[in-house]
Design a protein around this ligand. Structure first.
Ligand code: F0G
Length: 456
């Protein structure tokens, strides 16, 4: 049985949670069109929908918020954040933004033309959406093992470097405005990327003169995986590893709602002076003046503190340990998951758990509904509904059919995870009776947020 590393904090403020009756949960599901995004959070008992913006801030962060400088231009808060940004990321320029997709929007607005293609190990859905919204094409070049939930490997987020090189030759450098890497790879099980792979990818991008942007949402967790698993990094601090990672890139987008340990925030950072001039113009139009970018001064201060806390070894050991414990206990009760687990979530292989359903019957969606009905647990489908392509009424299925249970940072304790495992044990007993789903409404982009479903 996996060991649980105790929380490296005590709890000083509590937020009550309640489990409503099964009949009420059934009613809530019907009202929400069987889409868990449509639930009120009061209707959810254990909310594992996302690790984004759902973390608990520390006493140091709350204290820093009191020092927030709300000046429109040149606030002290910005300069405090800048000091931390310079230390960790080391890019020449950065602007705060209200969240990750705002950084993606600005990056694509200033760098991407219709018909352009953008490679990555695997883009997240908002990154894909922003590229497509500007007429571009997102391309995923992750190694094949990423698609096999049962293969154990240290760095299943690694890009296939040979495939990248061949793809660039075929596509033509003139059609590739920038290249990316997502660390850790959220859309593919939250798997980390190795320093070796980041170096190799950076070398290829640089050889072809393609600017390299890192999607840095969970960079601290990725840095800690490198420390634990990659030769030569055991004695380096997560900060030193992070510095090395970002020295390989030309810029980064970040949703600071993850490893920034804040409820709202993000940034776009880059080295190029000319591109930065255009970034600032776009930012002023869409988000705000470059020293606040859509955030309050106090948000910038909370972020400056959070970015440093997320790199503490004690915190990261607990964080990765929590995911490992949760995953290990699910395996114990026979739940198929993507192995090994990443740091921010455990992904249940819905197709394997519900083999009586065809992919058309949306097993991921069906499982997420069953988790809520059985135990008031909210996860998120990251399978056909989120990533499948629907052409003339026919599905093109993504490789993985998973439900993600994301772990909010510093929020739930061991007993909460034990409860979720107990619910899964019940679900497994009655798995054969879980009904498939069909989609009755879907928007064109970012389908899973607002689609509606019916049971078959
Ligand atoms: N990139 C990655 C890898 C992400 O996981 C996310 C968000 C974003 C970009 C966009 O950031 O939400 O601040 O605009 N992921 C959240 C999640 C929503 O639940 O995984 P955002």
């Amino acid at each position: 049985m996996p060991k649980y590393i105790p929380e490296p904090f005590r709890i000083k403020m509590v937020e009550p949670i309640h489990l409503i009756d099964r009949s009420e949960r059934k009613k809530a599901l019907e009202r929400a069109g069987y889409n868990l995004f449509g639930l009120r959070s009061d209707e959810v008992y254990i909310d594992l929908m996302t690790d984004s913006g759902t973390g608990t801030m520390s006493q140091e962060q709350w204290a820093a918020m009191m020092t927030g400088d709300e000046a429109y231009a040149g606030a002290r808060s910005f300069y405090r954040l800048k000091e931390v940004m310079d230390e960790i990321f080391g890019f020449k320029h950065f602007v705060p933004v209200h969240q990750g997709r705002a950084a993606e929007n600005i990056l694509t607005a200033v760098m991407l033309k219709p018909g352009n293609k953008v490679p990555s190990n695997m883009h997240f859905d908002t990154t894909e959406g922003n590229i497509r919204a500007r007429g571009g094409v997102p391309v995923n070049l992750i190694g094949k093992i990423a698609y096999d939930p049962k293969v154990h490997a240290d760095f299943k987020g690694d890009m296939d470097v040979d495939a990248l090189r061949a793809w660039i030759e075929e596509t033509g450098v003139e059609n590739i405005p920038f290249g990316m890497m997502t660390i850790t790879n959220n859309a593919g099980g939250g798997q980390p990327v190795s320093m070796g792979n980041l170096k190799a990818v950076s070398k290829v991008y640089r050889e072809y003169g393609i600017p390299f942007f890192i999607d840095a949402c969970r960079y601290a967790e990725n840095a800690y995986f490198i420390k634990l698993r990659e030769k030569g990094y055991a004695d380096k601090t997560p900060l030193e590893i992070a510095q090395e990672i970002f020295s390989l890139a030309d810029g980064a987008t970040m949703s600071a709602k993850k490893d920034g340990l804040v409820n709202m925030g993000g940034f776009l950072a880059l080295n190029d002076d000319e591109v930065f001039t255009r970034v600032k113009a776009e930012l002023i139009l869409r988000e705000g003046f470059p020293t606040y970018g859509g955030l309050s001064g106090r948000d910038l201060d909370a972020l400056a503190v959070g970015l440093k806390e997320a790199l503490q070894v004690e915190y990261l050991a607990y964080r990765l340990g929590q995911a490992e414990y949760f995953a290990g206990r699910l395996i114990e009760v026979g739940i198929p998951i993507v192995e090994p687990p990443g740091a921010h979530a455990v992904y249940v292989d819905a197709a394997a758990l519900l083999p009586h359903l065809t992919r058309e019957q949306l097993p991921g969606q069906a499982l997420s509904v069953a988790m809520y009905l059985e135990g008031g647990i909210r996860g998120v489908e990251l399978g056909t509904v989120a990533f499948g392509q629907l052409k003339d009424g026919k599905w093109e299925f993504p490789a993985l059919e998973v439900v993600r249970m994301a772990i909010p940072r510093r929020v739930y304790t061991q007993s909460h995870f034990d409860y979720v495992v107990d619910v899964f044990a019940e679900i497994k007993k009655g798995a054969g009776k879980i009904k498939g789903m069909k989609m009755t409404y879907a928007p064109e982009l970012l389908r899973h947020f607002t689609a509606k479903f019916e049971e078959i």
